[in-house]
Design a protein around this ligand. Sequence first.
Ligand code: BGC
Length: 429
Amino acid sequence: MTEIKFPKGFLWGAATAAHQVEGNQNNNWSRWEPTVAKHFAQTASKRLESKVPDWGLIKAEAEDPDNYISGRAVDHYSRYEEDFDILGQLNLSAYRFSIEWSRIEPEPGKYNEQEIAHYRQVITALRKRGIEPFVSLHHFTNPAWLDRQGGWHDKKVIERFAAYAEKLASSFGDSVKYWSTINEPTAYIFMRYLDGVIWPGWPLQENNFIRAQAAKKNFRNAHKLAYEKIKAVNPEAQVGIDHGIVWFEAANFMAKVLPPLLTKLGGAPYLNAYKEHLDYVGLHYYMRNALKFIARPPFVDYEVKNDGPMNDGGFEVYPEGIYLVSQEVKKLNKPMYITENGLPDARDKLRADFIEEHLRWLHKSIEDGADIRGYFHWSLLDNLEWSEGYWQKFGLIEVDRKTMKRTVRPSAKVYGQIAKHNGFNYPER
Ligand code: BGC
């Protein structure tokens, strides 16, 4: 046994995003889902059967069109008090969630004060339990009007987004200290503008390099302006961005040049352009991929490694990657929070070990100089995994979507004990 202790004041948290848990949305995703649900259900076996380790476990859900419709989600919008009670019972000290822009600004320039009051209550409910809110302003979904106006490749979004950020900063005052402007701009750009394949689809997906470049620039400028607006209202605020990094390796000698290239485009160096306007980096780590050259366009493909246990989605558990990506981000010299890390694991067979193994590597990263101040497991609740739908169970808490009953998974209790003791005894495996 090795005793692993985290620095004093280290934050232990869990994360969610509005569209994935709240229910009853009216945004670009909720409008798009009914147009693709049938297709995703009919093509599920072709897409997944050879990829996932246990097709029998997910077949019924993955082939049901309802799986692809966010609908009531897990009704977190009305059940947040109950969910925060569980957070408290698990000894967690922080909660990352996102605000649904389409609720706050259903029409351009018209703010819905009732919805602002709702999120104010959410923040108060957290503070009452001594839980630090980490508020994200944009997690993949857009108000439908924003897409009509051109979306993220149109530079009007910069002013619009910053005005929305300023409105919330002045509404919440100093009740919120930690703000994140945008969730995973690289995933958004890849999925929306470069025909990406992380999920089966994305609203308005296309392959348009010019728009991808424009969106990249607009994300950056929207972040900067929002950063300035929030700081002008609340100089004590800590404003960051959430960035996901996949650890890339080369599948063969021919592909040796690819990982450094991709690391530069999508890894830590991607954040250099944000550096002057970042109080912290929210880092997401899920997996590694091996890249290879192929003989047809786009000449690059990836291979999922399977040296470790495989999660329900068919991805390898590779804990060392959290060390490798955080050591890369260390070069930016900013405080870091791991704002997402988790896995789909319906039977909860891997999650407890997954958490301990990742935390062990994270701890090593801190020892090796990375200024990591907190860890948020993805996710607090089972939720809508974007266009994969509900069959991927990422929750520390299992949710029965018929009854909305919450059940705390055994791994959540293990995580809760780690949070309570600010560390754990690591059994050499
Ligand atoms: C996203 C989450 C998503 C998670 C698991 C991240 O890229 O921010 O919304 O559910 O990955 O795939």
